[in-house]
Write a protein that binds this ligand. Structure first.
Ligand SMILES: Nc1ncnc2c1ncn2[C@@H]1O[C@H](COP(=O)(O)OP(=O)(O)OP(=O)(O)O)[C@@H](O)[C@H]1O
Length: 224
């Protein structure tokens, strides 16, 4: 189980240029620190580079220049980042459609070192937290878009990351569920996780501690 102050992880992206292949950089010269106990909002219009920034923090996208570090040492690739407790809740939910909600969560817990008993308990707790206890045994493909989004959030919560990177995780939710998810992310920060939320939604951003805004290939602090 990951958790407790000894496991806190500070993420730094320093003078990083981020982009894909030989194309122009999506973001230039980005410097940002994400700290334990806080929720950092990353905002910007569609295509501004929010997912790109989270991909770098997740170890999925190596910066072209500059560095991404966790507690001062290079983060490494996605496998290394997973090993250090960096959890990504992706925008397109990343769930296996032909598994149930509970199976999706349990498989992820076991894949990151949890025992089957841990997986059962953490899966039940996480699905209940997002209001999906009654859908635990339904296939993902049978769930609504918002229910699928909540199942992905449950999977992320069940992993108890040191870092939780949440990419547009409230986009399909009604107001009550959005509020609930923001409370759950706040609870993640309160147990010491470093939480980063990419969002278009000004109300969700307002619920975060700091806001980094992306526009025209650069990042600037709206609230630091
Ligand atoms: N795998 C990829 N290969 C090439 N270009 C990409 C890739 N992923 C994203 N891009 C480009 O990078 C830019 C930023 O995309 P990104 O997904 O980071 O934006 P975003 O702010 O998350 O947008 P949205 O709010 O629509 O999810 C876009 O111009 C996009 O076309």
């Amino acid at each position: 189980m990951i958790g407790g102050s000894e496991y806190m992880l500070t993420m730094d992206l320093t003078t990083a240029d981020l982009g894909y292949g030989a194309g122009d950089p999506v973001l230039r010269d980005v410097t940002v620190t994400a700290r334990p106990g806080e929720i950092l909002a990353v905002t910007g219009t569609s295509g501004a580079g929010k997912t790109t920034l989270l991909s770098a923090l997740a170890g999925l996208l190596a910066p072209r220049s500059g560095t991404v570090t966790a507690d001062g040492s290079p983060l490494g690739d996605r496998d290394a980042a997973v090993g250090r407790g960096v959890v990504l809740i992706p925008q397109e939910n990343g769930l296996a459609a032909i598994l149930t909600a509970a199976e999706n969560v349990s498989v992820a817990v076991i894949a990151t070192g949890g025992t089957p008993a841990d997986a059962r308990r953490r899966t039940a707790d996480a699905l209940a937290a997002v209001g999906l206890a009654g859908q635990a045994n339904q296939l993902i493909e049978e769930l609504s878009g918002g229910q699928q989004q909540r199942a992905a959030i449950a999977r992320g919560l069940a992993l108890r990351g040191r870092v939780v990177l949440a990419d547009e995780v409230t986009s399909e939710l009604d107001a009550a569920n959005r509020q609930k998810v923001l409370e759950l992310l706040r609870a993640e920060a309160a147990r010491g996780a470093t939480v980063v939320l990419a969002t278009h939604d000004p109300e969700a951003a307002a619920a975060c501690d700091r806001e980094l805004h992306l526009a025209d290939g650069t990042a600037s602090w709206t609230r630091s």
